[in-house]
Design a protein around this ligand. Structure first.
Ligand code: ATP
Length: 276
């Protein structure tokens, strides 16, 4: 559909930072940056340039989308999200039109919901924000990125609603340097794979509503899951529950988690097979 970027706005944004495990330093940095929305008067008083964009950088499945949703909740902002790939079309001008559309949708949504600010979240930013000229002659990509830059420059200091862009990428190196200039994505927040303690927290979050057997030790599981992302751990908890159900077990046992670890690891390997 021309002009539609297929934004995923149906999910509720009532998600708290407490429901995101193992990202304490990212959450602190993000919260600090969000003061720009929470305390606009203080920012103006100090003569600080308003913050227009925050970039979340890190591997897939580490909680970047969750962080953006929690940021909207924390600041009582309207939330609108899209993926970079939704702006890329072969027809000239369509991507640029979709960029204009998401900004105007964000403003309208905030007004409708009586909110003073709106957060626009763009996942896979590298798809639309890659260095200009890198798509070997695809002018359409460049036009779309140019439109994003125009819209970011057009965010006004005293605008009501205030607009904040949160971008997410796992390839910051691919981004056009113009996106990083002052007044664009001024802040970068690293969202790393969780360490052992982070993994344990994430497991606790995703097993909260599951009947765990006494044999299950989340610390032990977190030690055995080096390199797992939050998304892997969510999937692990789910798979363990499926193994338990298959055996008609009323609770999820340590053994089910062991089987699930193998399954998630195998799935990961299958995903990495080169596509022919
Ligand atoms: P991508 O780069 O692939 O878009 P992402 O970093 O945005 O990934 P999310 O979409 O936020 O990752 O995470 C996917 C799912 O994995 C979440 O819905 C959640 O269930 C789980 N998850 C990921 N990270 C965490 C975390 N830190 N704490 C709790 N759950 C997490």
């Amino acid at each position: 559909k021309i002009g539609s970027y297929g934004a995923g706005t149906s999910r509720p944004s009532s998600l708290n930072f407490e429901e995101i495990g193992g990202q304490d330093s990212a959450i602190n940095e993000l919260k600090e940056a969000l003061q720009f929305i929470l305390k606009p008067e203080a920012i103006d008083h100090m003569g600080i340039r308003p913050l227009k964009g925050i970039l979340l950088v890190g591997p897939p499945g580490t909680g970047k989308t969750l962080l953006a949703r929690a940021a909207a909740n924390y600041t009582s902002s309207a939330f609108i999200s899209a993926s970079g790939s939704q702006f890329i079309e072969m027809y000239a001008g369509v991507g640029a039109k979709r960029i204009r559309q998401i900004f105007s949708d964000a403003r309208n949504k905030a007004k409708k919901q009586n909110k003073k600010s709106a957060i626009i979240f763009i996942d896979e930013l590298e798809v639309l924000g890659a260095k200009r000229g890198s798509h070997s002659g695809h002018m359409e990509y460049d036009q779309t990125l140019n439109q994003l830059l125009v819209e970011m420059d057009g965010i006004a200091q005293y605008e009501n609603p205030r607009i904040l862009l949160i971008g997410a990428t796992n390839r910051a190196d691919l981004l056009d340097p113009a996106l990083m200039r002052p007044g664009r994505f001024d802040r970068q927040v690293a969202v790393e794979l969780p360490d052992r303690f982070g993994r344990s927290k994430i497991l606790a979050i995703h097993t909260r509503n599951k009947p765990l057997d006494k044999s299950v030790n989340l610390d032990e599981i977190s030690r055995a899951t080096f390199g797992f992302s939050g998304a892997h751990l969510e999937s692990l908890a789910n798979e363990a529950a499926i193994f338990a159900m298959r055996e008609d077990s009323p609770t999820i046992q340590a053994q089910h988690f062991r089987e699930a670890i193998d399954k998630v690891m195998l799935g990961e390997k299958a995903d990495r097979r080169p596509s022919l």
